[in-house]
Design a protein around this ligand. Structure first.
Ligand code: PGA
Length: 255
């Protein structure tokens, strides 16, 4: 499978932003801007409190709903956590797992993220699994080692069939929210390396079908060049997803 057969995936990670009303307004504004576009899968990931309301707004549209995180149990005494089953119940098809902010601020390890990924897939969610190196790791020459660990440990135990519901988001930490975007060459190099890792561990069929999104200061102005790279299959967008027009323009740059 080549790039032309991998449907681009563009997702907005709204992070901890927007009240319920604002989230509903953003979803309602986005819907008509991307209506009729079927050349990409489009996902928005609001905060938990807005999921259900945004899902209601998006019903019948080509925009899917995702969460930003989930836990590894279906229900029970896990104060403050939310299960994949609850996310599905709230209208989600997707969740993000392993965002660098979860890894950094909440100490989520590769092993824990692997548990989350496995549990979320088992529940029936599709997952955008995030990986990426810090600036220190890149400059210190350990980038490939870090990406290898995140892929090998993070995806451990997955079966070929699981990958139909998995995308990897390559998000270099130094590019997230900084305005410093990876060059198309840097993105391509990392994406090709990640695909080669997946090929080594899970085989050619899985690797060539896997969508690898780029994340980190993606914007309408740089999306076109990035998506033209052979191993860039879409975007996970933070800041630029908080406005309907800029997110829609990224989607349009992709299709
Ligand atoms: P950014 O965030 O687009 O604001 O850099 C991307 C992300 O963290 O997913």
């Amino acid at each position: 499978m080549s790039k032309t057969t991998r449907k681009p995936l563009v997702a907005g990670n709204w992070k901890m932003n927007k009240m319920v009303g604002e989230s509903v307004d953003l979803a309602a504004a986005l819907k008509p801007l991307v209506a009729g576009i079927d050349g990409a899968d489009i996902v928005v990931c609001p905060v938990y409190t807005a999921l259900y309301a945004v899902g209601e707004v998006l019903k019948g549209s080509n925009v899917e709903l995702g969460a930003q995180n989930c836990y590894v149990k279906e229900s029970g005494a896990y104060t403050g956590e939310i299960s994949p089953q609850m996310l599905l119940d709230a209208g989600c098809q997707w969740t993000i797992i392993g965002h660098s902010e979860r890894r950094e601020y909440f100490g989520e390890s590769d092993a824990f993220l692997n548990e989350k990924l496995t549990f979320a897939l088992g529940a029936g969610l599709k997952v955008m699994f995030c990986i990426g190196e810090t600036l220190e790791e890149r400059e210190g020459g350990t980038m490939n080692e870090v990406l290898t660990r995140q892929v090998v440990e993070g995806l451990k135990g997955l079966q070929e069939g699981d990958f139909a519901s998995v995308a990897i988001a390559y998000e270099p930490v130094w590019a997230i929210g900084t305005g410093v975007v990876a060059t198309p060459e840097q993105a391509q190099e990392a994406h090709a390396f990640i695909r080669s890792l997946v090929q080594e561990n899970f085989g050619e069929v899985v690797a060539s079908a896997l969508r690898i999104q780029y994340g980190g200061s993606a914007k309408p102005g740089n999306a076109g060049e990035l998506i033209s790279q052979p191993d860039v299959d879409g975007f996970l967008v933070g800041g630029a997803a908080l406005k309907a027009d800029s997110f829609a323009d990224i989607v349009k740059a992709v299709v």
